[in-house]
Ligand binder design. Structure first.
Ligand code: DLL
Length: 426
C-alpha cells in the first residue's frame, strides 16, 4: 500500500472520518455555494440535519445538469483566484462540463492517483509511459501528477502517434503504461508488427480505464503485452482518474479511496439506497475537495460495491467493473460523446429533421460510430460536411449515412432509443 494508514484504516475510524468530512463539506457548500444552499433550502434541509451517514440519503443528488446550469464555474466554493487548474469533459448539450482545482485539490488528486498506480504495481524509480491524452481531459495530467507523487519517471507521450509510441517503448524501456484498454490493444498490434514478442516488451504493468472493458480484454492485453493489467476508474466531476483502482496481485474489484470519495449505490429508477453487493448507479461525494466539492454526484455508471473480505488487508471497499450506464453517454475510443452533441451539429448545419440514429460497432480493435440521418439520396456534400463538423466540434471521427426520409425509428410515446450499441462487452 502507498498509504497504509489511510487505505487500511479501522472501519469505525473510517466511518467517523467520512461523517466528519461530509458534515464539513455540506457546511462549506451551504456557506459558499448559493446553488447548493438553494437546493438544501428547497429540500427543507440545514447542514446540521446531517447527523449520521444514513441521513445523507435525505440530501439531494448533484447531476451533470447542475454543472451545466451553473456553467462554467458556478459551483466552486473558493474565490476564483485560488483556482490553479481547469479540466473539462463532454457535457450533454454541446457545452463541456468545466471543473476547477485549487492547490489542495491537486494535492488530493496526486495522492489518490499515486495510491492507484502503486496498487497497479508501479514503484518509485520506474519509467512510466503515459499515453492518456494531455489537455482538458483529466487522464494525462491527472495520472502525471500522481506519478510524480509516487516517484516515477514519466514519459508524457499523450495519445496518438502509435509508431512513435512503439519506438519510445523500445528505447526508454518503461515498466508501466497507462492508456485506454482499446489503445493498449492498438499498441500491442503495432509492437507485434515490429516483430516483438511479449517477453521482449519491457512493460510489466498496465493501468487501463476511461472506458468500459471486461475480462476478455484484460486477458488479451496481458497476453500480448506481457503485463499485469488493472482497472483505473474516475470522472472529472469528482476528480479525474484515481477514484478507484484494482490491486495488481488480486485483480478483483477496484479499491475506492473512500477516505476522499464517499460511495453509495442507488436504484437507477427510484434513487433509493441499495446494499453492498447489489448493482445500481454509483453516487459519489468528493468530501475533501475544497474548490469544487460535489455532493452525491449521480455518475450514471452502473456497478456494485463488492461485499466480503479482500486479500490485501485494505479496509476501503472495492467496486466492480462498470457494467453500463443509466443515461445515454457514449464512450467512443475513450472520448465521451452525448447524442445531443451530434444533434447540435446537425441543427447547426440547418438539418431540420430531428430524426437520427446512432449505431456503435466494433471492427477488429476499433469502435465505430455510424450516424444515420434522413435526407434526400445524393446529398453527398451534406454527408461529408456533417462528418467534418462532428470531427471539429465534438472531436470524434464518425461515419454518416443517409436514409430515405421516413425510415428511421420514431418515438412511440416512450423514450426513443437513439443509440444501438452492438459492441458487446470487451
Ligand atoms: O475518463 C477519467 C479517467 C481518465 C479515468 C483516465 C480513468 C483513466 P471523464 O472524461 O469525466 O473522466 O469520463 C468519466 O468515463 O463516468 C465512466 O462512464 C467512464 N469511465 C472512466 N473510467 C472507467 C473505467 C475520465 N475504468 C466517465 N471503466 C465515467 C468503465 C469508465 N468506465
Amino acid at each position: 500500500m502507498f498509504q497504509p494508514d489511510r487505505e487500511a484504516m479501522p472501519v469505525p475510524e473510517l466511518r467517523a472520518l467520512q461523517l466528519r468530512q461530509l458534515q464539513d463539506m455540506v457546511a462549506r457548500q451551504y456557506a459558499h455555494v448559493p446553488a447548493y444552499r438553494e437546493k438544501f433550502e428547497a429540500a427543507g434541509l440545514k447542514p446540521d440535519d446531517l447527523r449520521s451517514l444514513d441521513d445523507l440519503s435525505r440530501f439531494p443528488f448533484t447531476r451533470k445538469s447542475d454543472l451545466r446550469e451553473h456553467y462554467p464555474l458556478g459551483l466552486i466554493a473558493t474565490p476564483r483566484e485560488k483556482l490553479r487548474r481547469i479540466h473539462a469533459s463532454s457535457g450533454t448539450g454541446g457545452k463541456p462540463t468545466v471543473v476547477g482545482y485549487d492547490d489542495h485539490d491537486l494535492e488530493v488528486f496526486g495522492e489518490v492517483v499515486a495510491r492507484s498506480l502503486y496498487a497497479a504495481g508501479a514503484r518509485p524509480g520506474m519509467v512510466f509511459h503515459n499515453a492518456y491524452g494531455y489537455g482538458l481531459f483529466t487522464g494525462g495530467l491527472g495520472t502525471h501528477g500522481g506519478a510524480a507523487r509516487l516517484g516515477l519517471c514519466t514519459v508524457p507521450v499523450s495519445g496518438g502517434g502509435t509508431e512513435r509510441q512503439v519506438s519510445l517503448i523500445q528505447d526508454l524501456q518503461p515498466e508501466v503504461i497507462a492508456c485506454t484498454p482499446s489503445y493498449a490493444l492498438v499498441l500491442a498490434e503495432a509492437l507485434e508488427r515490429q516483430g516483438l514478442s511479449p517477453d521482449e516488451i519491457p512493460l510489466k504493468y498496465a493501468v487501463l480505464g476511461a472506458e468500459p472493458w471486461a475480462e476478455k480484454t484484460r486477458a488479451e492485453v496481458q497476453k500480448r503485452l506481457g503485463v499485469v493489467a488493472t482497472n483505473i476508474y474516475g470522472l472529472s466531476e469528482i476528480i479525474g482518474p484515481g477514484v478507484s483502482n484494482e490491486d495488481a496481485a488480486e485483480q478483483h474489484g477496484s479499491y475506492l479511496w473512500e477516505d476522499h470519495f464517499y460511495p453509495e449505490i442507488v436504484d437507477p429508477d427510484t434513487g433509493e439506497a441499495l446494499p453492498d453487493g447489489e448493482w445500481g448507479v454509483l453516487i459519489l461525494s468528493s468530501m475533501t475537495r475544497t474548490a469544487l466539492p460535489i455532493l452525491r454526484y449521480w455518475t450514471g455508471d452502473i456497478t456494485r460495491l463488492l461485499p466480503g473480505d479482500n486479500s490485501t488487508g485494505r479496509t476501503v471497499r472495492r467496486m466492480d467493473i462498470i457494467r453500463g450506464r443509466s443515461d445515454d453517454l457514449i464512450i467512443l475510443r475513450g472520448v465521451n460523446v452525448y447524442p445531443t452533441q451530434l444533434e447540435a451539429v446537425l441543427v447547426g448545419l440547418g438539418q431540420a429533421s430531428p430524426h437520427y440514429h446512432v449505431t456503435l460497432t466494433r471492427t477488429g480493435l476499433m469502435d465505430e460510430l455510424t450516424l444515420q440521418i434522413e435526407a434526400e439520396p445524393g446529398a453527398l456534400t451534406l454527408r461529408q460536411e456533417i462528418e467534418r463538423q462532428i470531427k471539429v466540434q465534438v472531436g470524434v471521427t464518425v461515419r454518416c449515412e443517409l436514409c430515405v426520409p421516413g425510415t428511421l425509428p420514431r418515438s412511440e410515446g416512450g423514450k426513443l432509443r437513439r443509440v444501438t450499441d452492438l459492441r458487446g462487452a470487451r
